[in-house]
Design a protein around this ligand. Structure first.
Ligand code: ZN
Ligand code: ZN
Length: 134
C-alpha cells in the first residue's frame, strides 16, 4: 500500500495504531466491544462508529477531519431523526462531553439502534398508569 505523507493521514494512522496494534489502516478496533471494524461502511463515505455496539471515538471536529486532540471514547446516547427520515446517532464524549451527530451506516446492528431509540420509553419519568387520568 502506497504511503500517504499528508499530516492528516499520518496522525489518523497513529491514532488507530495506539489502540489497535494488529489492525491495518483500513480498519479499527472498537473502544467498547473490541470488535475489529472495517472502515468501509455501506451508505457513508467514512465510518465513525462501531456497527455492533454503536460506540465511537472523539477523533473529529467536523466529520472525517481527524482534527480532534481528545481521542476518548464516545457513547451513543440518542437517536436523532432528520426531516428526510434518515436516522443519526448522537454521541457524547466520555472525557470532554462534546456531542456529535453521526449518520447511521447500512450495516449498523438494528437491535442496537432500536434499543437506543426506545430507551426513554422503557424508562418513563412518570408511572405509565397516569395515562388513564389524562
Ligand atoms: Zn463496538
Ligand atoms: Zn472528547
Amino acid at each position: 500500500m502506497p504511503r500517504n505523507r499528508t499530516r492528516t493521514h499520518v496522525s489518523s494512522k497513529r491514532a488507530h495504531e495506539r489502540t489497535s496494534p494488529r489492525s491495518t489502516s483500513n480498519s479499527f478496533r472498537c473502544v467498547h466491544c473490541r470488535l475489529d471494524v472495517s472502515l468501509d461502511a455501506p451508505g457513508t463515505s467514512h465510518r465513525n462508529h462501531c456497527p455492533n455496539c454503536l460506540w465511537s471515538r472523539h477523533l473529529d471536529n467536523t466529520p472525517g477531519d481527524r482534527a480532534a486532540d481528545c481521542g476518548a471514547s464516545m457513547s451513543p446516547i440518542a437517536i436523532h431523526v432528520r426531516p428526510n427520515g434518515e436516522w443519526s446517532i448522537v454521541h457524547r464524549c466520555a472525557a470532554c462531553d462534546t456531542l456529535d451527530v453521526n449518520r447511521i451506516a447500512g450495516d449498523d446492528n438494528p437491535l442496537s439502534l432500536m434499543r437506543l431509540a426506545v430507551a426513554p420509553l422503557a424508562q418513563p419519568p412518570f408511572p405509565l398508569d397516569w395515562f388513564g387520568r389524562l
